[in-house]
Ligand binder design. Structure first.
Ligand SMILES: Cc1cc2nc3c(=O)[nH]c(=O)nc-3n(C[C@H](O)[C@H](O)[C@H](O)COP(=O)(O)OP(=O)(O)OC[C@H]3O[C@@H](n4cnc5c(N)ncnc54)[C@H](O)[C@@H]3O)c2cc1C
Length: 426
């Protein structure tokens, strides 16, 4: 299997051509250097360049190489945590600010898509969080009450309405969130890159930052073929710090998520499976995601990698899942299978690090990075341009090693394999 098909799968085939970029060569200087070409880095570069700051973005591989080019494409509002849990963990001050900023984060995503005419299969028709158990339904009721209390347009659908919206009788209900929607994730990353280029940012691919030094006037970033002197640096490497920043790894728990896509559905299946093309996922701990793409494919995802023998194991689970959840689809081949990694932490709240006076990062979006990455990229750009840290709805924390990270990584990876091996066999 070709590496690219395992990493970016369907999205690599249906995205427009990538922006034409070259590796950085020689010595450069700039106001702000951004490290990483995912949503956080691209949004930061776009907003810096738009505000007139000279900006260089260095991407180790290609634009969207990390989670940005591999994810499910659910543009969610808020975090995984329920509002009250977030307030309890983050405290009322940061909690309220985070709820407001991330609850509105889809607005910024869709505003940029519209402003820069980004072609990314964008739909803002709500998402469906589906209850696959009584306890899941109870949790969705709480979620509904807590968000409705804050005036958010969310509502719990009953079993029949859920069946009509999903095309499946397997769910007890679903929470419809009208703030949310779906995109083609890699196309969105390419669109952000084009917008940043349009405003004069200089973007480079195949330019991994392998080290950095502090000088009198700022920082010097080192790549294999060139260097960049910058007054300020935004680090946006998230769960793909393949070169420098290895120490940051230890402050995150890495979680893998795979997806498989069918060919475009036709006939009755096409009309009944997620007929409104809402992105959806279930309430299970080893959660499953379901969505359609613009061509009408059904894309099913869950936790785990699809490396080596795990490919066949998870592929077989996806086939059984389709047969049980959407029997009207019948037997279909799976044309694409791919996976990616995202960063989690202990309390599911992103972290803001000021690593040095003018070197900052926000990380650990816990699997929800389209809205948060876009928003935090903008907020980091504003902070670096002289804004107050108070505008970032997170406390400044030191990166701390999560001692149990290897345990949790193994727990989720092997747990998902065992679960998928057993589930829906009988
Ligand atoms: C399979 C999967 C499904 C997901 N589903 C969803 C979803 O449906 N909705 C949602 O909101 N979120 C989802 N996420 C999470 C989301 O994709 C991430 O949170 C988001 O991509 C984070 O954006 P980012 O820009 O911070 O990091 P990334 O997109 O991971 O980008 C980091 C970039 O930094 C580059 N880099 C690393 N080290 C260096 C270096 N030394 N020098 C230069 N460049 C470097 C990498 O190559 C990479 O391109 C999912 C993630 C995965 C993996």
């Amino acid at each position: 299997m070709h590496e690219k098909s395992l990493s970016h799968g369907l999205w690599a085939d249906t995205a427009p051509p990538a922006p034409k970029l070259t590796p950085i060569e020689g010595e450069h200087s700039t106001d702000v250097a951004v490290i990483g070409g995912g949503y956080t880095g691209l949004s930061a570069a776009l907003h810096l360049a738009k505000a007139g700051r000279d900006t260089i973005l260095l991407e180790a591989e290609d634009i969207g190489y990390g989670g940005a080019g591999r994810n499910v494409g659910l543009v969610n509002a808020g975090l995984w945590l329920m509002p009250e849990e977030l307030l309890r963990l983050a405290g009322p001050d940061y909690g309220e600010k985070l709820l407001a900023v991330l609850g509105d984060s889809p607005d910024l995503v869709y505003q940029l898509i519209s402003e820069y005419e980004i072609e990314c299969e964008a739909l803002r028709n709500g998402t469906l969080h589906c209850a696959d158990s009584k306890s899941g339904l109870k949790a969705l009721r709480q979620r509904e009450a807590q968000w409705q209390h804050r005036g958010a347009p969310v509502s719990l659908l009953d079993r029949d309405e859920t069946a009509a919206r999903t095309g499946s009788r397997c769910f007890l209900g679903a929470l419809m969130d009208k703030r949310a929607g779906t995109i083609q994730p890699l196309s969105y990353a390419y669109g952000l890159a084009r917008a940043a280029l349009k405003h004069g940012a200089r973007l480079f691919r195949n330019s991994p930052v392998t080290g950095h030094e502090k000088g009198r006037d700022g920082y010097r970033l080192i790549t294999p073929q060139g260097t960049v002197k910058a007054k300020a640096v935004i680090i946006a490497v998230h769960a793909y710090p393949g070169f420098a920043f290895q120490s940051i790894k230890k402050s995150m728990i890495w979680m893998n998520f795979f997806q498989f896509a069918t060919p475009p559905l036709d006939g009755e299946a096409s009309e009944s499976v997620l007929p409104g093309h809402q992105g959806s996922w279930d309430t299970n701990l080893i959660l499953s995601s379901y969505r359609r793409d613009a061509a009408g494919r059904l894309i099913v995802g869950s936790i785990g990698t699809v490396n080596g023998f795990a490919y066949g194991l998870h592929e077989a689970w996806v086939k059984r899942t389709i047969a049980k959840t959407f029997p009207q689809v019948g037997e279909v081949p799976l044309e694409y299978g791919w996976y990616g990694t995202f960063a989690m932490n202990g309390n599911h709240i992103p972290r803001f690090h000021v690593l040095d006076e003018n070197m900052v990062m926000v990380t650990s979006y816990n699997g929800r990075g389209i809205g948060p990455g876009t928003v935090f990229g903008k907020l980091l750009a504003e902070y670096i341009m002289g804004g107050s840290a108070e505008n970032i709805p997170l406390p400044i924390l030191k990166p701390e090693t999560i001692k149990t990270r290897l345990f949790w990584e193994l727990f989720y990876e092997t747990g998902a394999r065992m679960y998928h091996f057993i589930q829906r066999r009988f």
